[in-house]
Design a protein around this ligand. Structure first.
Ligand code: ADP
Length: 484
C-alpha cells in the first residue's frame, strides 16, 4: 500500500455538496496500478441521480460564492494552491500509483496543477468590463462580466491533477461552482484535490467530484438545464458526443480534444536542440499527452543525422515502475493503449517502415512498451492520421518548406505543432502557415499557466490558462442606462 505522510488524502468516497459519500446503491469500482495490475482501492460507481444532487448543491451554493468579492475568492483559492504544494509529495505518490508516470513527472504535474489555481486566483480580480460611447446623448452603455453559473467538467487520465485545476481554477475564481467527473483510471488524484479544497475553505457545493459511469454522469451533466457550461478534455469522439448532447440545453462549451502534432526539423536546425525537443515532446508521460509530437518530419539533408542522434537519446531512456529512481518511462495506462501502439507499428512496418530502435512490448510486461523510433514512414500509414498516444516516434522525410507545411496541415486536428529552424524568415512563414492553436518554435515544451492552451479544427473550442482562460467562465452583460 502507499506510504503517505497524510493517509487521509487517499479517499475512497466521492465528494458531493460538501459530503463524502458512497453511491446510492453502494456500487463501487476498482482502481488499479498500471505498473503491476495491483488493486489500489475503489471509488463509488455513481450515476445520474447522484450527479443531479451535486448539480443542485452547486446551484444552491452559487449565489453566496458569486456574491463574495474576487479578493475573498482569491484568498480561498490561494490556500488551495498552498495546500497542494505542501502536500505535493503525497499527491505525486497517489498520481504515480494510479497513472504510472515517473514520480518526478508527477511532482512536476502537481506544481503545474497548482500554478493554475494561483494564476486564476489573481486573474479573478481582473475580469474588467467596458464602457462604450453611446450613439444617444441620453443613454450610457456599460458592459459587465458575470459568473456564467454552474459548470460541469469531464477530465482525462493523462494529467490527473492539472486537467482539473485548469478548469476549476478559472471557474471558481470567476464565481462559478464546478461539478467534476474525473477519468475512471485516476479518481484518487481528483478526490485528493477535493480533500484539500475542503481544507482550504471552499464552501460546500462549490467543488464536487462525482465518480462512476461516464455515460450516466455525462448524460446528466449535458441535459440538466442548471448546468450552463461544460468543459471537457478527452478524445474527439467523446467531445463530439458531448457537444451533440449539450445542444438540447445550448450549453457553453470548452473542448480540448485530440491532437496529431507535427514536429518539423528543417535542415538549418540545431540538431542537438531538435533531438532534445523531440525527446521532451514525444516521450514525456510515455507519449500520452495530446500535445506529444505524433509525426516527425525531417528534411532530406539532415534525415540520417537526426535519426541517429534521436536513436542514441531514446536508447538512454529507462523504462520501469514510476516509483523507482531514475525511471523516465512508465507503463501505458492500460492494455488497449499498448495494443494501439502495436497496431500503428505493425501497420507502418507492413507498408515499408523500418524499426530503428524498440518496436515491441517491454520485458516488464503489463503496460510497459519499448521506446521506439521508426524510419521511412509515409503519409499512407495509420500513424499519419491517428494519435498513437505511446512512446513511438515515426520519422517522415520531406524536401521543401511548402511540402512540410502541407504535410503538417494534412489532418483534421490542429492542437500543437513544433518546428526547428534558425532562419527568421522561414520561422515566420512556417509559424503562420501551420494550422494549429499552438506552435513550439525551437522548443518541445509549450504548456504553462500563463499561455493560452487550445486548438483549432477538430481539436476543440476555447482556451485554457492565460488571461483568456477565464473568459470561458464569464457571461457578458450589457447595461443600457437611459433617461440621462
Ligand atoms: P481517453 O482516450 O483519454 O480515455 P476519453 O474521451 O474516452 O479519452 O475520456 C476522457 C474522459 O471522458 C474520461 O473522464 C471518460 O470517463 C469520459 N467519457 C468517456 N466516454 C464518455 C461519455 N460517453 N460521456 C461522458 N464522458 C465520457
Amino acid at each position: 500500500m502507499l506510504q503517505l505522510k497524510d493517509p487521509t488524502l487517499l479517499r475512497q468516497q466521492a465528494y458531493l455538496g460538501g459530503q463524502w459519500c458512497d453511491a446510492d446503491d453502494g456500487a463501487a469500482f476498482d482502481v488499479v496500478n498500471p505498473a503491476d495490475g495491483e488493486r489500489l482501492g475503489s471509488v463509488p460507481e455513481m450515476g445520474a441521480t447522484e450527479t443531479r444532487r451535486a448539480i443542485d448543491a452547486a446551484n444552491a451554493a452559487w449565489p453566496a460564492w458569486k456574491k463574495k468579492t474576487a479578493k475573498e475568492r482569491s484568498a480561498i483559492l490561494r490556500r488551495w494552491h498552498d495546500l497542494m504544494l505542501a502536500n505535493a509529495d503525497d499527491l505525486a505518490l497517489i498520481m504515480t500509483a494510479e497513472q504510472g508516470k515517473p514520480l518526478a513527472e508527477a511532482k512536476g504535474e502537481i506544481n503545474y496543477a497548482a500554478s493554475f489555481i494561483e494564476w486564476f486566483a489573481e486573474e479573478g480580480k481582473r475580469t474588467y468590463g467596458d464602457t462604450i460611447p453611446s450613439p444617444s446623448p441620453s443613454s450610457r452603455i456599460v458592459v459587465v462580466k458575470e459568473a456564467i453559473g454552474v459548470c460541469a467538467a469531464i477530465t482525462p487520465w493523462n494529467f490527473p491533477a492539472a486537467m482539473i485545476t485548469r478548469k476549476a481554477g478559472p471557474a471558481l475564481a470567476a464565481g462559478c461552482p464546478m461539478v467534476l467527473k474525473p477519468a475512471e483510471a485516476t479518481p484518487f488524484s481528483a478526490l485528493a484535490l477535493a480533500v484539500l479544497a475542503e481544507r482550504a475553505g471552499i464552501p460546500a457545493g462549490i467543488f464536487s467530484v462525482v465518480t462512476g459511469s461516464p455515460k450516466a454522469i455525462g448524460g446528466e451533466m449535458t441535459s440538466n438545464p442548471i448546468v450552463r457550461k461544460l468543459s471537457f478534455t478527452g478524445s474527439t469522439a467523446v467531445g463530439k458526443l458531448l457537444m451533440q448532447q449539450s445542444a438540447s440545453t445550448i450549453k457553453k462549451l470548452s473542448l480540448e480534444l485530440g491532437g496529431n502534432a507535427p514536429f518539423i526539423v528543417f535542415d538549418d536546425a540545431d540538431l542537438d536542440a531538435a533531438v532534445e525537443g523531440a525527446m521532451a515532446s514525444k516521450y514525456r508521460n510515455a507519449g500520452q499527452t495530446c500535445v506529444c509530437a505524433n509525426r516527425i518530419y525531417v528534411q532530406d539533408g539532415v534525415y540520417e543525422a537526426f535519426a541517429a542522434k534521436l536513436v542514441e537519446a531514446v536508447r538512454k531512456l529507462k523504462v520501469g515502475d514510476g516509483m523507482e529512481n531514475g525511471t523516465t518511462t512508465g507503463p501505458l495506462i492500460n492494455e488497449a493503449a499498448v495494443q494501439k501502439v502495436e497496431l500503428h507499428i505493425a501497420d507502418a512496418l507492413g507498408k515499408g517502415a523500418r524499426v530503428l530502435t524498440g518496436g515491441a512490448r517491454h520485458a516488464l510486461g503489463h503496460g510497459f512498451f519499448e521506446p521506439t523510433v521508426l524510419a521511412d514512414v509515409t503519409p499512407d500509414m495509420r500513424v499519419a492520421r491517428e494519435e498513437t498516444f505511446g512512446p513511438m516516434a515515426p520519422l517522415f522525410r520531406f524536401r521543401t518548406d511548402e511540402e512540410a507545411v502541407a504535410l503538417a496541415n494534412d489532418t483534421e486536428f490542429g492542437l500543437a505543432s513544433y518546428f526547428y529552424s534558425r532562419d527568421i524568415g522561414r520561422i515566420w512563414r512556417v509559424a503562420e502557415g501551420l494550422e494549429s492553436g499552438m506552435v513550439g518554435i525551437n522548443t518541445g515544451l509549450i504548456s504553462n499557466e500563463v499561455a493560452p492552451f487550445g486548438g483549432v479544427k477538430q481539436s476543440g473550442l476555447g482556451r485554457e490558462g492565460s488571461h483568456y482562460g477565464i473568459d470561458d467562465y464569464l457571461a457578458i452583460k450589457y447595461l443600457c442606462m437611459g433617461g440621462i
